[in-house]
Design a protein around this ligand. Structure first.
Ligand code: GLN
Length: 549
């Protein structure tokens, strides 16, 4: 199929943002993938930020990292979960990065004295980015952030209109997701804002091929027909997508809506998508099981799924495939500092990634508690660092700490420290170890066995290889600045925790585990970024299984 020219789907939103445009786009992608196409996705966002690395996770949700080390927002995580592919630096296009590139080019004399303008320069560069992101794909889906009509988003709308001139209108499908509110006082659905949104889109030269009407409850056909009539769109092309409990059921909603016929027409085949694994996942998620696992997420920002999206999604998927109910308990790390009893009754503890000193003592206490009581523990990035601090304290280094949390190097007990080449750059963006790095897991370690088993069954591969000597090489994404100081390994192991994976050059600690325990595993990486609902990450699967045991 890849010798065919790529086709493009552009998804825009009208009326208001946050009504599931990204999930709709990803669901369309999942369906096309299930039809056998190679599908990729890209987000164009009109922020002036250059990347998402410095955005506040409370406001903006989790910072997602691509395999090639770009810090993006959580939408790309949805894309990866729905399409089971790896996004890249080309999958995110922010206004800030486009302006930055244009200005740098201008300063370097790259425009030979010409006036640099939104059209054609900004729009042209956006088109270039879309082409780059779609190399090797059969179908490339581009989501435009915000709503059509926002000042800042206009150059992107113009770019996707122009794009059809480049590749041919028949190779482009425009999808508009609009919201139709229900007004309780008059007991009716109001289509006017949607009509206006479509009028705006028409005004920018785009007549959509599909309009997805988002409503709280399923609406009658007459609503879609009314929108079609007022917007000059065929009524078959206007479909209803009511709210649904789980985002993973949206692909089924899309299939029910009649969009498949339009997609088939667009790609030129009427093969049905193979949704069997999706169906199985959806069935397992919806069932109530006899067993429940209580997993405590010891975190700084509690109760905010968005902030730890990949972690919570990985846990949910692992529980669904393991056929147990997940009781996710948010534990405020700062409160654990004062009251360790908050951890009582948990079947498993996760310490996710994090930055800064707030709540870190609580996270370290949580790791100590897991070690003391043999409670399954999964440490992710900072979760490995606090596990090593906890183990070193048990192993006799009473004031073990991390250089990140204020302890100065002269204290001599920085089990976690900043390496020479990172010194002085601590407060700036873009100086971290980001993206994919290889690690070599020691033959016979618990983690080596977990990855090996998952690789052999085909559940999880992503670069996993068994090496000649039985060690296992794995590739995981990273986002951190600090490292384990190997000088403290004797104390850490005296505390019960051993190194089970190092960087290939042996310089960096990548994985640790407590072999005598039910499950005490931590990694400097973020395996959650590669966990998929249809193929949860093996570390999460094993952790949930052990928490349940
Ligand atoms: N703050 C730690 C570091 O920079 C951990 C980062 C993380 O958990 N992502 O090394």
């Amino acid at each position: 199929m890849s010798d065919k020219k790529c086709k493009y789907i552009f998804v825009t939103g009208g009326v208001l943002s946050g009504v599931g445009k990204g999930i709709t786009a990803a669901s369309i992608g999942a369906i096309l993938k299930a039809k056998g196409y190679k599908v990729t996705m890209q987000k164009c966002d009109p922020y002036l930020n250059v990347d998402a690395g410095l955005l506040n996770p409370v406001e903006h949700g989790e910072c997602f990292v691509t395999h090639d080390g770009v810090e993006t927002d959580l939408d790309l995580g949805h894309y990866e979960r729905f399409l089971d592919f790896e996004t890249s630096k080309y999958s995110i296009t922010l206004s800030g990065s486009i302006y930055k590139e244009l200005i740098e080019r201008e300063r370097a004399g790259g425009f030979h004295g010409k006036t640099v303008q939104l059209v054609p320069h900004f729009t042209g560069l956006v088109c270039e980015k879309i082409e780059k992101a779609s190399v090797d794909s059969d179908i490339h889906i581009v989501e435009i952030g915000g709503t059509v009509g926002d000042y800042e988003g206009l150059p992107f709308v113009e770019a996707i209109r122009l794009f059809a001139n480049k590749v041919g209108r028949k190779n482009c499908l425009y999808v508009s997701v609009v919201y139709v509110p229900f007004i309780h006082t008059s007991n009716e659905l109001k289509t006017k804002p949607a009509q206006n949104a479509l009028k705006d889109l028409r005004g920018f030269g785009i007549i959509p091929d599909v309009v997805c009407v988002r409503t709280e409850k399923p609406c009658g056909r007459e609503i879609c027909e009314k929108i079609a009539a007022f917007s000059g769109i065929s009524s078959d092309a206007v479909v209803n997508l009511p709210d649904i409990q789980s985002v993973y059921d949206v692909p089924f909603n899309v299939l029910k809506s009649g969009v498949l016929a339009i997609l088939n027409d667009f790609v030129g085949d009427d093969r049905g998508p193979d949704m069997s694994r999706w169906k199985e996942f959806s069935r397992r998620r919806a069932l109530k099981y006899k067993k429940t696992v209580r997993i405590g997420l010891v975190a700084k920002y509690v109760g905010n799924d968005d902030t730890y999206m990949c972690v919570t999604e990985a846990l949910k998927a692992a529980a669904a495939w393991d056929k147990v109910n997940l009781d996710l308990v948010w534990v405020n790390a700062e409160e654990v500092e004062k009251n360790i009893d908050l951890l009582r009754g948990l079947d498993g503890i996760v310490v996710p990634g994090g930055f800064g000193a707030r709540g870190v003592e609580g996270k370290t206490k949580a790791a100590e508690y897991a070690l003391k009581n043999n409670i399954p523990y999964l440490g992710l990035c900072l979760g490995l660092q606090v596990a090593c601090i906890a183990a070193a304290r048990r192993g006799g280094v009473k004031d073990a700490n991390s250089e990140e949390f204020g302890a100065s190097e002269k204290d001599g007990n920085n089990v976690i420290y900043i390496m020479e080449e990172q010194k002085g750059k601590e407060s700036t963006g873009g100086t971290m170890r980001l993206g994919d790095y290889r690690a070599v897991l020691k033959s016979g370690s618990k983690v080596a066995e977990i990855y090996k088993k998952a690789m052999k069954s085909g559940e999880y591969i992503y670069g996993t290889k068994v090496l000649g000597d039985g060690d296992v090489e794995v590739v995981e994404r990273h986002r951190h600045r600090y490292e384990v100081n190997q000088k403290f390994l004797p104390a850490i192991s005296a505390g019960g925790v051993l190194v089970s994976g190092l960087s290939p050059d042996g310089k960096l600690v990548e994985f640790v585990e407590a072999p005598e325990y039910k499950f005490f595993v931590a990694t400097q990486a973020h395996p959650e970024f590669k966990s998929r609902p249809l193929h949860p990450h093996p570390l999460f699967r094993e952790f949930v299984k052990m928490a349940e045991a």
